[in-house]
Design a protein around this ligand. Structure first.
Ligand SMILES: Nc1ncnc2c1ncn2[C@@H]1O[C@H](COP(=O)(O)OP(=O)(O)O)[C@@H](O)[C@H]1O
Ligand SMILES: O=C(O)[C@@H](O)C(=O)COP(=O)(O)O
Length: 428
């Protein structure tokens, strides 16, 4: 199996978002969890998205994991590797978007790397290097209150410069509107030798901007971006005639699996909090007490008992999610990372216990939350099913010890208000 496009995703929801975009744009795609074990039989595909859980780990750890994944992808033929980051650029000043981008560039022999988190379908656009979420600059959007990676600067050239060894450039919209030739000339002007630049933030507002960027990026070994850049790369690959006929289908991935269904949420995003309020009208919802979760195992045991009493009658929802004031209070007592990781551990135990009790259709809300749950479940890979909402597909497990399951890994910010019911309606 030769891979045409390889990707390394910094979290698992982001990976399924990208895999969804690649599939929708014609590439047969599989999502692996980490570098797959050689014994795992992967289907014949055009693209592989290796999911890593490195968004919020120390940069040196992220670089080691990402460069190992890059070697694995190159050995299987990937001519281009996309580092999939969040469309809201979630990272801190000590974050790894800069270090991983520079390390992937070094591994490919140097060269300038296009970087853009733009994803117009979900309202993420970049103009003169400034990221907008819907109509708001990033630093005024709900991302300012993210529990792990609060975003306080919309100027991505500045954000990336703080994370990078080398200088960071900008390709502005005017250049992009002039087409691939103009973008290439601009990139050449940034060559490391003359300008000391490795990463270049690229503006993009419309899909046509991402098509231009995808065409240029495909001729380079590495790019960094969100699903929008994935769309550009996939369309460029299809236009190049290198995708064998047949394209991608998602029907096989949603064959019914039966079993019970549940939703576990650890995302504290505005979108998830509203989706939980809406779910409460049609499903039993248990709001976990975060302080009790951190105090010991009793809250987990109580949640499992609560679910056990209800789940045979229909789906249940268990959520650690809380509003920014509650999250801040907890963090001021236990620390930002310690409370985040402890709650991820708790929600992942709850997800695993539910699967042990017969859940085969599982929705997880939150990137880090999904990563922790999928790791504990030890799912090796996913086939990509149809889209539930922009950025969120139904996933079918591949090589799973508990038998086939259907999952949806929802990025915190994604999905309409009825997302949870909509997801379960597509999973049988
Ligand atoms: N009540 C809470 N207080 C503090 N942190 C929380 C709470 N509930 C969940 N968390 C943590 O917040 C983080 C949410 O991140 P994530 O799961 O990636 O969601 P998103 O997709 O919205 O970014 C996780 O580390 C999770 O454990
Ligand atoms: O690009 C995106 O916005 C998503 O794919 C993503 O990575 C979101 O992150 P989480 O909300 O932490 O899942």
């Amino acid at each position: 199996m030769a891979i045409l496009l390889g990707s390394i995703a910094d979290d698992y929801t982001g990976a399924s978002d990208l895999a969804n975009t690649l599939t929708k744009n014609g590439l047969r795609t599989v999502q692996t969890v980490g570098i797959p074990d050689p014994s795992l039989a992967l289907p014949d595909v055009d693209a592989v998205v290796v999911s890593l859980k490195i968004r919020s780990v120390p940069a040196s750890e992220a670089v080691t994991a990402a460069t190992s994944a890059e070697r694995w992808l190159r050995q299987r033929g990937a001519g281009h590797v996309l580092y999939k980051i969040c469309s809201t650029f979630d990272s801190t000043d000590a974050g790894n978007i800069g270090p991983v981008t520079e390390a992937l560039s070094d591994a490919a022999g140097g060269g300038v790397v296009l970087v853009t988190p733009a994803f117009p379908e979900t309202g993420r656009t970049v103009y003169f290097g400034h990221l907008f979420v819907g109509g708001q600059p990033l630093n005024e959007s709900p991302l300012k209150d993210h529990p792990l990676n609060p975003m306080h600067d919309a100027n991505l050239v500045r954000v990336l410069t703080r994370q990078s060894r080398n200088a960071v450039g900008l390709v502005d919209l005017t250049t992009i509107a002039a087409g691939p030739g103009a973008v290439k000339m601009r990139l050449d002007s940034f060559s490391f030798r003359t300008a000391g630049v490795t990463a270049v933030i690229a503006d993009a507002i419309f899909e046509r901007d991402l098509e231009t960027l995808g065409e240029v990026a495909l001729e380079t070994p590495v790019s960094t971006g969100a699903s929008g850049l994935g769309l550009g790369l996939a369309r460029a690959l299809v236009r190049s005639g290198r995708i064998s006929s047949g394209g991608a289908t998602t029907a096989d991935a949603i064959r019914p699996v039966g079993g019970l269904s549940a939703i576990v949420a650890g995302s504290c995003s505005k979108a998830t909090l509203h989706q939980l309020d809406i779910a409460e009208r049609s499903m039993p919802v248990l709001r976990l007490d975060p302080e009790r979760l951190l105090a010991g195992p009793d809250e987990i045991a109580a949640a499992i008992t609560w679910a056990g009493e209800r789940i045979s009658a229909g789906p249940v929802v268990i959520a650690a999610s809380a509003a920014p004031e509650t999250v801040s209070r907890l963090q001021s007592i236990y620390g930002r990372e310690a409370s985040g990781h402890a709650i991820e551990a708790a929600t992942s135990i709850i997800a695993t216990e539910l699967v042990e009790r017969g859940v085969r259709r599982l929705v997880v809300a939150g990137g880090e939350t999904s990563g922790a749950a999928v790791d504990r479940l030890a799912v090796p890979a996913f086939l990509i099913g149809p889209e539930i909402a922009p950025g969120v597909p139904v996933l079918r497990t591949v090589g799973n010890a508990q038998g086939d399951m259907l999952l949806a890994l929802k990025s915190g910010n994604f999905g309409g208000e009825d997302f949870f019911a909509a997801a379960l309606a597509m999973m049988h």
